[in-house]
Write a protein that binds this ligand. Sequence first.
Ligand code: RIB
Length: 296
Amino acid sequence: MSRVVVVGSINVDLVVTADRLPRPGETVLGGRYARHFGGKGANQAVAAARAGASVVMVGAIGPDSFGDESLEALMSEGIDVSRVRRVDQPTGMAIIAVAGDGENQIVVAQGANASVSTDDAALTALSEGGVLLTCLEIPMATVVAAVATGTRLGMVSIVNPAPAQELPAALLALGPILTPNEAELLTATGADGIDEAIDALARAGAGAVVVTRGAAGALLADGSQRIEFPTRAAQVVDATGAGDTFSGVLAAWLADGQPLSAATAAATAAAGLSVSRPGARGGMPVRKAIEAALAD
Ligand code: RIB
């Protein structure tokens, strides 16, 4: 299996569960408080590692204990953290509310993640071939530089366009695979509908679009092909990190030389399993569990 290089964010998640999410301006009395390791990039790295990939994380942490603990958590998953820089900004932090039905609200203080630079992105060059995976919790210029480097090296590039942002033409023209949820897909293009958005991305030069649809599974749009991937209804405890699980497992399967349709099936199964436990990484499955779910 070749390598997965993740250029992305590293956060600590402060999580409170409540019966329901607050409306704007409202205070809701919550239940348990918990601290978890998070960050879309780091979560994706963990998902890919648990799925069996050899993973390198490129990112930044602060000079604080959250940074130390975040690094230790990544190392304990067997991830190469030698390209994670320590900068003079606090480690990224997410404040998360999780409702009784598993739905969440997230606010992120970007902190050190804002320092992940185009120089860091050049470290993508440590891998010839393999898969590059990046997300939008780091500066857009860094995302574009990472994908440009990955493309030049013949890597498969995946951009998880989360949190939602409009995607620049220069990024789409590089032809990355995109893994938005439905809201991110519409924001990425400014389109009003899913089909219109997928067509706009294709016209702009993007590669395949794999749309994550929560309990409805995933939709793979590759050229004129549209394939739906249903998911098993699991007991949703916490949906945080389901999209990260999806992107990380997709990357791991592609690094293993599998076709995009097989990778999408595995990613859909893994994301379905991931929501059954608290925390972004709590329910992220290992490869055996993904294979068992696929065989089921
Ligand atoms: O996708 C989930 C992640 O988003 C959380 O772990 C949080 O850190 C935010 O980055």
